[in-house]
Design a protein around this ligand. Structure first.
Ligand code: GSH
Length: 209
């Protein structure tokens, strides 16, 4: 197996944290997105989607999409359970994972990629070029702040998003909170549950992955 990774990007970080929680080590290659290595011919040939993370399996299958990669690794290495154990936990993990991706990560990407000069004509990652839409910057920031409010409610009265056990949903939400520095958005002082939970995630060895 080989993991295409980039140390500064949020989605590969989710996979690295997931692997660290499982105690997995997979050989990886850094694709420096800041230097445009995702556009190089060899990478394009290996991964026509031109995004990271991507996991190349020994039979040549290429898995893209962070959650698909995590699902695959989880099926091979079921413990510790990071997708929930009970039906309720599993549903809550799915619910919070989708909220964190669709509101948190997507909102942050919208705010960053429609503003930063390095993303001119690259407002959406992948093989096609999309023009920036400056009006989406403020909307993206507002979505991230709305996600913080949802997260605060979700964490009220419980240690982790799915209840008693840390899960992949906590990984994605934590990566959103950390990545939001790049769009100059952070949880507010009133988000006390996020602050407590964030410190607890940061204290896990996987947070350094
Ligand atoms: N939906 C994908 C998103 C992957 C993605 O957006 N990756 C970014 C890095 S976080 C990327 O490869 N960007 C390439 C670029 O900016 O050209 C997933 O969940 O893995």
């Amino acid at each position: 197996m080989k993991l295409y990774d980039f140390v500064l990007a949020p989605n590969p970080r989710r996979v690295r944290m997931f692997m660290a929680e499982k105690g997995l080590e997979i050989p990886s290659v850094q694709i420096n997105l800041r230097q445009g290595e995702q556009f190089e011919a060899q990478f394009k040939q290996d991964n026509p989607g031109m995004i990271v993370p991507a996991l190349l399996l020994d039979d040549g299958t290429l898995l893209t999409e962070t959650m698909a990669i995590c699902r695959y690794l989880d099926a091979l290495h079921p413990t510790p359970a990071l997708f929930g154990s009970t039906p309720k936990e599993q549903a809550l993990v799915e619910m919070w994972s989708r909220r964190a991706e669709l509101e948190g990560l997507a909102g942050a990407a919208e705010a960053l990629r429609n503003a930063a000069p390095r993303f001119v004509n690259r407002a959406i990652p992948g093989p096609r070029d999309y023009a920036q839409i400056p009006a989406l910057v403020e909307r993206g920031k507002a979505r991230v702040q709305a996600f913080f409010d949802d997260l605060e409610n979700g964490l009220s009265g419980q240690a982790w998003l799915a209840g008693e056990h840390f899960s992949v949903a906590d990984i994605t939400a934590f990566v959103v909170v950390e990545f939001a520095v790049n769009i100059e958005e952070q949880p507010a002082a009133r988000h006390v549950h996020i602050a407590r939970w964030r410190a607890a995630v940061a204290a896990r060895p996987s947070a350094a992955a």
